[in-house]
Design a protein around this ligand. Sequence first.
Ligand code: F6R
Length: 365
Amino acid sequence: EMGGHAHYMLKEIREQPDTVLNACRGRLVREEGSSRLGGLNMTARQLRRVRRVVFAACGTSWHAALVGEYLIERLAHLPVEVEYASEFRYRNAPLDDRTLVFVLSQSGETADTLGALREAKRRGQPTLAIVNTVGSTIAREADGGVYLHAGLEVGVASTKAFSAQVAVLTLLALHLGRLRGLSFSEGTAVLKALEAVPSLIGEALKAEPAIEAAAERVAQARSVLYLGRDIHFPVALEGALKLKEISYIHAEGYPTAEMKHGPIALIDVHTPSVFVAPRGPLHAKTLSNIEEVRARRGPVVSVGLADDDELTRLSDHVLPIPDAPDVVQPLLAVVPLQLLAYHVARIKGCDIDKPRNLAKSVTVE
Ligand code: F6R
């Protein structure tokens, strides 16, 4: 069943080129430089009226939603709020008829996410769901939505579902953008970038030997910082969650520049920092943050471009990813972080597919 892979988690990480392909299949509309998401059951006119988007989710799905916030802001210039489902359901969040509420869930059974959906419905809000499991409770109760088509995810630590969610959110951002200020050529550039992702993930997967070397060092740590900024901040959060879930090493994700507002106090020779640092407009700032960590003798692991000499000089380990337009970079940058967590857990002898205290779907509050 695991097709020669040592664990389901590894199999699911390596499946991600297909995951993205399947999430996009039949949904790219090249002649319009846009995407088609028929399951939303909403007309162009209805979608154009939307003034605000709310995402509610838990865990990894919440991280995917945060990537979605950056994407929708960038491509459609709409305000987005990302809520923990457990908070949203008991708050009195302002909603109106121009707010679009989405819940995101791999399993479609998470109690708090279902609670958030029901609360939004109770308030008369049309609700949409981005779900993997066909026919799940959330899928059935939502007014419309988008399936991930990621296939069964067995490993308790979610990997391919995250990639499928981010791919679908890219399609959603593109669609909302094309109803607003995003031009045909800008939309086409996003489509092309997305179409290239499966083979680029394939390249990122080839870096496993470098990742294993970094894992040997991270496995010695008691605590690890994950840092990323802009669209990579949620990727840093997701990398930290993967590590803590399966290796039981404490890890925290932060926006890179927040480091100096507290977490820098933790840095010493025993506390590695993992920087998500592909090239981009803020790269020089990230490099100077890395220098600050080095000055305190903190080990540095970076996810970045293989030909980035400055990053290589400043890092103890570089986990290489191929270059790509920044809207699709999270789909590449998350891969080495999943593998890093996997190899750390393997080195430590942890039960990777069934980490302690965790269940695949959390059906109690
Ligand atoms: C992380 C993980 C959990 C889930 C969370 C939401 O690896 O598995 O954090 O992401 O419990 O689950 P779904 O997406 O099924 O609602």
